[in-house]
Design a protein around this ligand. Structure first.
Ligand SMILES: *Cc1c(COP(=O)(O)O)cnc(C)c1O
Length: 372
């Protein structure tokens, strides 16, 4: 997309530059897989798993079919199931809670921190009961949760920590990669994520040999040895084409995340002090991966502002318009979490992608200011 057209119509995410830049290598990698004749569980997946484990600094990385499956398989591998309670955030994509329910456990929602939208670690301990078995923090929009506080509660009560790192591949908390601090980290390669495939894909990361072995077994119909199924599992493999694509993209991830942080700095420079909005800010000691640049529009004007931006050709998104505990599927829980409910009415994610032109950001910022 050239920059004149871009100013007329600004998308939320523009992957066209990345695809244009990498197309020769991508086509070559795809051709390599076609020529190999191996499409499932071949060398591309094995090599990608090794490279991802090395990048993350973990013993095991297991390629799966999606981030959702990584959550389900991770919980199941750790033995979470019926009768168990799992403490998590209501301000997330539905898949986080869906996975907990999918394994037969009960999600217990804790209200969030107004500044980050992340699970409020100060309220975590009060949610723990005799049935609590795990905590599932979500590094929302790429901002790592305070994992020291999560770990302290987990240690005190002997709980599993499974990180939903779908939005935070490459983000860091005190020098450690998000998704490698708890017992299990779950990643998504949905195309719009920081490390995106060109289809579905996911990854489970862990330092625990037993969880890794179980997850590897569960992704292949519960079998370690073909046709010797030991458990009821899933068909949830990352495929060779996606793995080959991800192997090309992984070495660029640090640069892309740095570019996202640079774009976030530009927005701050352009929007700092503008009345009626609150800007995201990376928490101290963390490296934000800025999967989304999500502002808050105050004074009940969010929907109005979003509509005005749309008329001006600027795409934005509301992540998430309904907190998970208020979705029809969880209506019966009948809980009220005021901060999450308020944020759902305030948040607005602005266009952001690696390599975004400053000119486009200036346009977005000026249109936003005029729309307020
Ligand atoms: C994208 C996402 C998921 C699900 O990942 P899929 O690969 O789409 O299944 C789970 N949790 C969060 C927070 C996400 O953003």
């Amino acid at each position: 997309m050239n920059s004149l057209n871009m100013l007329r119509q600004v998308p939320l995410l523009d992957l066209s530059r990345e695809i244009r830049e990498m197309k020769p290598q991508l086509l070559q990698a795809i051709e390599g897989v076609l020529d190999s004749g191996v499409f499932i569980m071949g060398t591309q997946v094995k090599e990608f798993e090794r490279e991802a484990a090395e990048y993350l600094g973990v013993r095991h990385a297991i390629g799966l079919n999606s981030g959702t499956d990584a959550l389900v398989i991770g919980l199941m591998a750790a033995g979470i199931g019926p009768g168990d309670e799992v403490v998590t955030t209501p301000f997330t994509f539905f898949a986080t809670a869906e996975a907990i329910s999918q394994v037969g456990a009960r999600p217990v929602f804790v209200d969030v921190d107004e500044r980050t939208g992340n699970l409020d670690v100060e309220r975590l301990e009060a949610a723990v009961t005799a049935s609590t078995k795990a905590i599932v923090p979500v590094h929302l929009f790429g901002q790592p949760v305070n994992m020291d506080r999560v770990a302290a509660v987990a240690k005190k009560y002997g709980l599993l920590v499974l990180e939903d790192t779908a939005q935070a591949f490459g983000a860091e908390f005190r020098g450690r990669k998000a998704g490698t601090i708890g017992d299990i980290g779950c990643f998504s390669f949905f195309p719009s994520k920081n490390l995106g495939a060109y289809g579905d894909g996911g990854l489970l990361a862990t330092n625990d040999d037993e969880y890794a072995a179980k997850a590897a077994m569960l992704r292949a119909h519960g079998s370690k040895v073909k046709y010797h199924n030991e458990a009821v599992g899933f068909n949830s493999r990352l495929d060779e084409l996606q793995a080959a694509i991800l192997r090309l993209k992984l070495p660029r991830l640090e640069e892309w995340n740095e570019s996202r942080r640079g774009a976030a700095d530009v927005y701050r420079e352009l929007l700092d002090g503008v009345p009626g909005i609150a800007l995201p800010e990376a928490e101290e000691g963390t490296k934000h991966s800025f999967h989304q640049y999500t502002i808050r529009v105050l004074g009940g004007k969010r929907n109005e502002v979003q509509a005005a931006l749309k008329r001006r050709g600027i795409s934005t998104m509301v992540y998430y318009p309904i907190p998970v505990h208020r979705l029809p599927v969880y209506e019966a829980l009948d809980v009220r979490l005021p901060t999450a409910e308020r944020l759902a009415g305030e948040v607005l994610s602005l266009p952001l992608w690696p390599g975004m032109d400053r000119e486009v950001q200036e346009h977005v910022a000026s249109q936003l200011i005029e729309s307020l």
